[in-house]
Design a protein around this ligand. Structure first.
Ligand SMILES: C[S@@+](CC[C@H](N)C(=O)[O-])C[C@H]1O[C@@H](n2cnc3c(N)ncnc32)[C@H](O)[C@@H]1O
Length: 193
């Protein structure tokens, strides 16, 4: 309940940045990390962790040698994640700064990038700079995972986003549906060619 109140409160203050009134479901979070190998010396990045429902799923499968970075612009979310998930490095920054954040830690390029960013409501130029940063920060063979709600999936904006991501990744995404979320969502995963 605390997580729901925190998300709702931040949404009221910054609706376009937070982009959702409630956290994703555990079912959606589980699907976001399903199939990712986070053992070994893996670097996994979460963009826009919010209240941390996907962070929890990442932490549950993170191997002892893996490095996990969670990046959010909202200080209250970052503080909450830092307090609850000591194995995850929580950073208050923009996702557009991804490359320099990874280089500063010696973990560039990343193996997996997982995003809960509200691309549908972010300004277009912010989305473009974040997509550029993702494309530049993922190793060949690495994955980028995000979700789009079923009701927004057919819209031109959502289609333009998928095309822009595909252009940077070199091939289209795999798609899986998660019904147990409000609203239901497609989880999309690209593999960087
Ligand atoms: C819809 S919430 C997603 C929360 C969580 N991943 C989930 O699925 O419940 C979007 C998050 O993206 C963050 N965010 C928005 N713009 C950002 C940016 N440029 N860089 C990093 N985080 C950003 C917001 O602060 C918010 O925590």
């Amino acid at each position: 309940m605390n997580e729901h109140l925190l998300m709702l409160g931040r949404f009221v203050r910054s609706p376009r940045t937070v982009g959702a009134v409630a956290p994703s479901s555990r079912a959606l979070a589980a699907e976001m990390v399903r199939g990712l190998d986070l053992s070994g010396r893996t670097t996994v990045v979460e963009l826009g962790p919010g209240t941390g429902v996907v962070t929890r799923a990442i932490a549950a499968t993170l191997g002892p040698e893996a490095h996990a970075l969670a990046i959010d612009v909202e200080p209250a979310f970052v503080a909450s994640i830092a307090a609850r998930y000591p194995r995850i490095e929580a950073v208050c920054a923009s996702a557009a700064d991804l490359s320099s954040l990874l280089r500063a830690r010696g973990t560039f390029p990343a193996d997996h990038i997982i995003s809960g960013l509200p691309f549908a409501s972010l300004p277009g130029e912010v989305t473009t700079s974040i997509l550029d940063a993702i494309g530049a920060s993922l190793r060949p063979g690495g994955t980028f995972t995000t979700f789009q709600y079923l009701n927004g999936y057919p819209t031109p904006l959502a289609g333009t986003f998928r095309q822009a991501m595909t252009a940077r990744m070199g091939s289209g995404p795999a798609r899986r549906v998660v019904w147990r979320n409000i609203p239901p969502a497609f989880v999309l995963r690209w593999r960087h060619q």
